[in-house]
Structures are given as C-alpha cells and as structure tokens.
Design a protein around this ligand. Structure first.
Ligand code: NAD
Length: 333
C-alpha cells in the first residue's frame, strides 16, 4: 500500500498545489464504481469531500452503499443522498466548493437503446444543471466524466480527440451533449472544465453490467460465458487506477477533451479467453445475437493526454484482469 505522502511525491506538482490548502470537492455519483475510487484517493490525500448520489436502482443500490461504507467514519466525508437534477440541492452543496468531479450518470449503452429519455435527462440536462449551479457558485473547475461512446462510428483507429463524433447510441449522444455544454460554459462564462473520455473502465467495485465483471464471475464459477455477437468487436479497456490518476492530474492541468484509454485493443473473444486462462476456469464460450447500440471498435490515441497532462496508462490488461479476479475471489469469501 502506497502512503499518501509517497503518492504526493510521485505527483510532484499535485503536492505543491495541495500543500497548505483546504480544498473542498464535490463528487457527483460518488457511490458508483469510478466515483467511489476517486473519493477514496481524495480522502487519502486529506481533502474535504462531499458525495452526491441518488443511489439510482440501475444496479443494486446495496453495492453502492458498500462502496462508500468505509468512508462514512472519515470526518472529511459527507454523504448527500440527492439528485443532480435538483438545482436547490446543487446550490446548497456547491457553496464553498472548489472542484467538482462529475461522475453521476445513467451509464450503460444498452439500457439507453431501450429508454433514451432517462440518459438524456440525467446525463445532458443533469450536467447542464450542474454547470449552471457551478458557474453561479464560483467553482474553480469541473472534471467531467465523458466516454469513448462519443465517437461511435469508426473512421480510423485509434481515435484521436479530433476523430468525428458520431455516437451510435442515445447514451453516446447524451455524453457528447454533456461535453459540449462543458465546452460552451467555458467559452461563454469562463467556467473551467476538462472532459475525460474514459474507454471501458474495469477494476474492483466495477459495475456488474460490464463484460469483465460478468465474464470473471462466470469464469470463477466455471459457468458458460456468453458473448453478444461473434466476438470480433474490439475494446480498449482502462484500469481504474489509471482513471483515478488521470482525474487527479486533471484537477490542475488541461481543459477541453482528453482520451483516457488503456493503450491496447482486444477482441471480446480474446478478452473472454484471457479471463478463462487467468482464472484457470473450465468455462465454455457461447454466442448470442449482437446488441443494438454497441460500438464496433474503440481504441484510444492517448498522445494528447501524455503531452498536456503527463499521463499515460500504466496497468497492463493482463495484470489488471489478474488483480480483478483476485479481488472478486476475495470479496466472495
Ligand atoms: N465504467 C465505464 O466503463 C465508463 C466508461 C466511460 C464513461 N463512464 C462514465 O463514468 C461515470 C461513472 O461511471 P460508473 O461506471 O462509475 O457508473 P456507476 O453507475 O457505477 O456510477 C454512477 C453513479 O451515479 C449515480 N447517479 C445516477 N443518476 C444520478 C442522479 N440523477 N443524481 C445523482 N446521482 C446519480 C448512481 O447512483 C451511481 O452511483 C459516468 O459518467 C459514466 O458515464 C464510465
């Protein structure tokens, strides 16, 4: 376990920036997968953190409760059960807030195909609400969780940040709208923001609806693994540790949009095979009809993040999958 002091040494400028300052931070969606990891790190670094989450039932809210359970006794942590669409809640919470990590969203590509309204209301309108409230409260910067889903149709790979944005799901459209609102608020009102385009994130506490979570649990139980489609779709998977590091850097550096990806592209077939191998499983692979709204390929060009943020992915997929499988096994026992 790396101490807070050691971590600060490794991110030198971050240390200078936080020394002697009492920084108050709002993390929206802080009880979710990524938000809870960001909070863990911020609390380790001694910041004052407010978590706003409505414990949406998209997946079991008990998982979200257990995500934040360890923070409840930390005097620097405050939990607010509420909705980013509620302006009064935001105005109250943002008073005296320096930075906002905006993770709250209706995540999930597939659900957005079934119900396109909710992702729009939470992701687009909710972000707009947050931006307005932040502008009026003097927030210094918003670090907005965006997504590789803003790219959609592939014109070339890997995607650099200038690749055309042509989302193939309502979810992708809603994340693109959120990003664009961030950009316009910066240009019109001077509200600083950075949008980090995450490429499929995995690691401990990950969402139960994502392939790595489902495949790993099936593999550990030696049950069949189902791939939607023929397994040739490819994804760039990003470890949660790399995501958290990018967020912390983005507090002090960078504006606009950045790809935050794992730096490798693997097919879903290879992913399933690697998980089976890593876990020593006897699971067989089965195939089902492909799902509407799923992008064919994602692959991040992360040169811009490396140039401007000094960030690049550090955790290899093999290592990350191994650590994740160990975490799932431990959390079951
Ligand atoms: N996990 C990924 O692979 C991935 C990839 C790209 C982008 N993202 C983005 O990263 C962010 C975090 O994703 P995650 O995987 O941690 O998802 P998650 O569902 O685990 O976390 C989102 C949290 O937001 C909360 N929330 C939902 N609606 C809310 C509302 N109206 N008000 C307040 N809270 C609300 C949920 O209860 C949940 O705890 C999201 O913006 C998502 O779009 C995630």
């Amino acid at each position: 376990m790396v101490s807070a002091g050691e971590r600060a040494r490794r991110t030198g400028s971050y240390r200078r920036y936080r020394e002697g300052q009492n920084i108050r931070i709002l993390v929206t969606g802080g009880a979710g997968f990524i938000g809870s990891h960001i909070i863990e790190r911020l609390l380790d670094d001694g910041h004052e953190v407010v978590c706003l989450d409505n414990f949406d039932p998209y997946y079991d809210p008990e998982i979200k409760k257990s995500n934040i359970q360890p923070f409840l006794e930390n005097k620097n942590f405050t939990l607010e059960v509420g909705d980013i669409r509620n302006r009064d809640t935001l105005t109250r919470l943002l008073e005296g807030t320096d930075y906002v990590f905006h993770e709250a969203a209706q995540a999930g590509v597939r659900i957005s195909v079934e119900d396109p309204i909710k992702p729009h209301e939470v992701n687009a309108t909710g972000t707009l609400n947050l931006l307005e409230a932040s502008r009026d409260s003097g927030v210094k910067k918003i670090i907005n969780a965006s997504s590789s889903s803003v790219y959609g149709t592939v014109e070339y790979l890997p995607f650099d940040e200038d690749h055309p944005r042509r989302p193939v799901s309502p979810y992708g459209v809603s994340k693109l709208a959120a990003e664009e609102y961030c950009r316009v608020f910066s240009e019109l009102y001077g509200l600083k923001s950075v949008s980090l385009r995450y490429f499929t994130v995995y690691g401990p506490r990950m969402r139960p609806d994502l392939a790595i979570s489902i495949f790993t649990r099936k593999a550990l139980a030696n049950e069949p693994i189902t791939i939607f489609g023929d397994g040739t779709k490819t994804r760039d998977f990003t470890n949660i540790k790399d995501i958290v590091r990018a967020n912390l850097i983005a507090m002090q550096k960078g504006e606009g949009a950045y790809n935050i990806g794992g730096g490798h592209r693997v097919s879903i077939q290879t992913l399933a095979e690697t998980i089976i191998e890593t876990t020593g499983s006897s699971s067989e692979i089965r195939y089902a009809d492909t799902v509407k709204g799923d992008a064919e390929h994602t692959f991040a060009d992360t040169k811009k993040a490396e140039r401007n943020l000094g960030w690049r992915p550090q955790v290899s997929l093999e290592e990350g999958l191994r650590r994740y499988a160990a975490w799932v096994s431990n959390s079951r026992s």
